[in-house]
Design a protein around this ligand. Structure first.
Ligand SMILES: NC(=O)c1ccc[n+]([C@@H]2O[C@H](COP(=O)([O-])OP(=O)(O)OC[C@H]3O[C@@H](n4cnc5c(N)ncnc54)[C@H](O)[C@@H]3O)[C@@H](O)[C@H]2O)c1
Ligand SMILES: O=C(O)[C@H]1O[C@H](OP(=O)(O)OP(=O)(O)OC[C@H]2O[C@@H](n3ccc(=O)[nH]c3=O)[C@H](O)[C@@H]2O)[C@H](O)[C@@H](O)[C@@H]1O
Length: 407
């Protein structure tokens, strides 16, 4: 009861789907669909009369062709944030292979480098922008792969406030852009959202065991907030629509936010920073330099390592597919750090020593993805085993370090 004794009205239904505005909008869509149908008829008629050669085509096929032209744009303009980094640059290579793609990279070069993209600089379908994602960006694009964020623990702990700003404000800015231009956005989240996991292997349903105030939290919790923002934008501004309605919505200035979330597990391959600090790059660089492999204690902690080409394949499938995720993308092959060191020693330098060193706080004890969802929903699973991937990385590191393999 209100204070004046009258019965208070229930608050309006908060669901944007059921608000009065929703029904007004629906009416607007219906009218638009009708007028768009009229437009199509006009186009079909004028095309048929202007080009006698087209008269062999049925009005239906012309209608569909027009739809395809308008709704499923032949060319795709794709933004890759963090595209000058390790995974980002491999993703750019793969996207550029498709001649219908135009690729724009936005990167602040904190851990990435122009060198990773040198083969594309000057290419007519490629643009590189020095940009920090904590600031807004306005570019007309159809898809956004949002990778910008330092990934190596050494780098993300170096300036933790900046790391959390990159994850939170960076993702907010990219979501704002996605909403404004009607682009689909994919976030590269991480297995670190599972923290020091109590469930093994990790399924997407597991909510994680994360220290909110530890030295890794800027990254783990930053990515968790980034995932939350993705889903909030999706729920608040995005309804899964069929392409026709989506097109009409975007024509009306109505926001749509289509999201995809990949939870990436440890990925390795050529172009990793040599002094990046992550375990695979450390061990390979140490083996090549004849320095002892530094296994952090206790050495029995596990990780699952995915080769970068498999990762890129998984990310593209997720972007192109129909599922929002989150979906684990990683290789379920699980190794202790001592086993990894043994493998590197055997494959790269049998004379190298293995030594144990102190670990850092909150290091997860185990990690292995359950990839059932990726298999079922994306038809994806990794192809390259660790022992097959390590030599590709060795070759790249030897070239960059200028140390040829001993005869
Ligand atoms: N490699 C892995 O094992 C792994 C695992 C889980 C998740 N991920 C995620 O995948 C993405 C790419 O990782 P990576 O291994 O290629 O790392 P990386 O450090 O090589 O690449 C990150 C890129 O983002 C750029 N960047 C960082 N902060 C930025 C900012 N504020 N504005 C613009 N650009 C910025 C860097 O300069 C770099 O080019 C990251 O989001 C990371 O969290 C990676
Ligand atoms: O897969 C993930 O989700 C995360 O994986 C890594 O995080 P982490 O597994 O801690 O990466 P590394 O620094 O490579 O450490 C892996 C393990 O190797 C150990 N390690 C590291 C370096 C080293 O020289 N020796 C060593 O034994 C660490 O103690 C740790 O147990 C990435 O760096 C994160 O960006 C990513 O999000």
């Amino acid at each position: 009861m209100a204070s004046n004794g009258q019965t208070t009205k229930p608050p309006p239904n908060p669901s944007p789907l059921r608000s009065a505005k929703f029904f007004q909008d629906r009416e607007k869509f219906d009218k638009n669909i009708e007028s768009s149908m009229d437009d199509h008829e006009n186009v079909v008629n004028s095309l048929s009369s202007s080009y006698s050669g087209l008269s062999i085509l049925s009005p239906e096929s012309l209608f569909l062709g027009f739809h395809k032209y308008v709704l499923f744009k032949a060319n795709m303009r794709i933004l890759v944030t963090g595209g000058a980094g390790f995974i980002g640059s491999h993703l750019v290579d793969r996207l550029m292979q498709n001649e219908k793609n135009e690729v724009i990279v936005a990167d602040n070069y904190f851990t990435g480098s122009k060198d990773n993209l040198k083969q594309w600089i000057g290419h007519p379908r490629f643009e590189l922008i020095r940009h920090d994602v904590t600031e807004p960006l306005l570019v007309e694009v159809d898809q956004i792969y949002h990778l910008a964020c330092p990934a190596s623990p050494i780098f993300y702990k170096y300036n933790p406030v900046k790391t959390i700003k990159t994850n939170v404000m960076g993702t907010l800015n990219m979501l704002g852009l996605a909403k404004r231009v009607g682009a689909r956005i994919l976030l590269t989240s991480t297995s670190e959202v599972y923290g020091d996991p109590l469930v093994h292997p990790q399924t997407e349903e597991y909510w994680g065991n994360v220290n909110p105030i530890g030295v890794r939290s800027c990254y783990d919790e930053g990515k968790r907030v980034a995932e939350t923002l993705m889903f909030d934008y999706h729920r608040q501004h995005g309804i899964e629509q069929c392409s026709l309605i989506k097109f009409l919505l975007s024509q009306n200035g109505e926001p749509t936010t289509e999201i995809r979330i990949a939870r990436i597990f440890n990925t390795y391959g050529p172009r990793m920073n040599i002094d990046d600090g992550r375990v695979v790059s450390n061990f390979i660089a140490q083996a090549i330099r004849d320095e002892p492999l530094t296994v952090q204690l206790p050495g029995t902690q596990t990780r699952s390592f995915c080769y970068v080409s498999d990762m890129v394949d998984g990310l593209i499938r997720l972007m192109e597919g129909n599922d929002t995720g989150p979906i684990n993308i990683g290789n379920p092959g699980e190794f202790t750090m001592l086993e990894l060191a043994e493998n590197v020693k055997e494959l790269i330098n049998p004379d190298v020593k293995i030594m144990t060193v102190e670990n850092t706080p909150d290091d997860p004890r185990q990690r292995k993805p359950d990839i059932t969802k990726a298999k079922e929903l994306l038809g994806w699973e990794p192809k390259i085993k660790l022992r097959d991937g390590l030599p590709f990385m060795e070759e790249d590191f030897r070239q960059r370090l200028g140390v040829p393999k001993k005869a």
